[in-house]
Design a protein around this ligand. Structure first.
Ligand code: HEC
Length: 215
């Protein structure tokens, strides 16, 4: 309890100091100061490096108090689409059982992990999505992916008819910004968080008619 009055006093003093200034700092100034403060309070530790705070266009365009202009949003999406790496031999579908394990696994990329190799990482898909109905613990930041393939009429994910939805799904998992400039989804392929084989297993989880997701 003792820390609270001190905190309020500190906030109060800061507000008075700001109110007392002839001109308030601009939003860009505040962003710069906040970034400097954040950078100063982190250090490289194990595989987690401070350079993670450096934003690319897709991140900086979506971190402002205003959404990006249509032109910038288009550029972010076009750049993302142009950089998608498609799987060898147009083989998109792996094993849904493996996909479920990857979707369940939220491990990886923290300073206590030893490796940045995708094989050390999970997809943490359930953190944001409902997927298999059997899993009752899931986040709701993203839309439900239950019946993902079934709802889209996918009966044979290897058929030419399914190719547009298959390629859309691959793009979203590779980099959510392909079709939504300010997507909140981690860019699994683009950032090297998951490899091609892991992505194929997740594709099977969502699109294979035999996957429990589509029952
Ligand atoms: C941090 C939250 C988060 C995580 C983790 C996450 N997603 Fe998403 N995902 C979203 C959000 C938010 C959307 C909707 C907005 C958008 O399109 O980007 C989305 C959209 C999608 C879509 C498109 C759905 C549609 O109907 O168009 C697919 C497919 C998808 N996610 C698959 C996955 C898979 C597979 C994983 C795990 C490898 C995953 N997501 C992990 C947040 C997340």
């Amino acid at each position: 309890m003792t820390s609270k009055p001190i905190l309020f006093a500190a906030v109060g003093t800061t507000l008075l100091a700001i109110a007392g200034c002839a001109s308030l700092p601009s939003s860009a100034d505040l962003d710069r100061e906040a970034l400097a403060l954040i950078k100063a309070s982190f250090r490289d530790q194990g595989i987690a490096k401070v350079d993670r705070l450096n934003q690319d266009l897709g991140q900086s365009a979506c971190s402002s108090d205003k959404p990006p202009s249509d032109a910038v949003a288009e550029r972010v999406m076009n750049d993302a689409r142009a950089a998608v790496k498609w799987p060898a031999g147009n083989q998109y579908i792996g094993d849904w059982r493996e996909g479920e394990k990857i979707a369940q696994n939220g491990r990886g990329m923290t300073w206590t992990d030893n490796s940045t190799a995708p094989s050390a990482n999970g997809g943490s898909c359930y953190n944001c999505h409902q997927i298999d109905k059997a899993e009752i613990s899931y986040g709701t930041i993203g839309p439900s992916l239950h019946h993902y393939g079934k709802n889209r009429g996918v009966t044979d994910p290897a058929s030419a008819l399914s190719l547009p939805i298959v390629q859309y799904t691959w793009s979203k998992i590779y980099n959510g910004k392909t079709y939504n400039a300010c997507s909140n989804m981690p860019r699994f392929g683009h950032m090297g968080l998951l490899d091609e084989t892991q992505m194929k297993h997740l594709m099977a989880l969502l699109l294979d008619p035999k996957s429990p997701v589509n029952q």
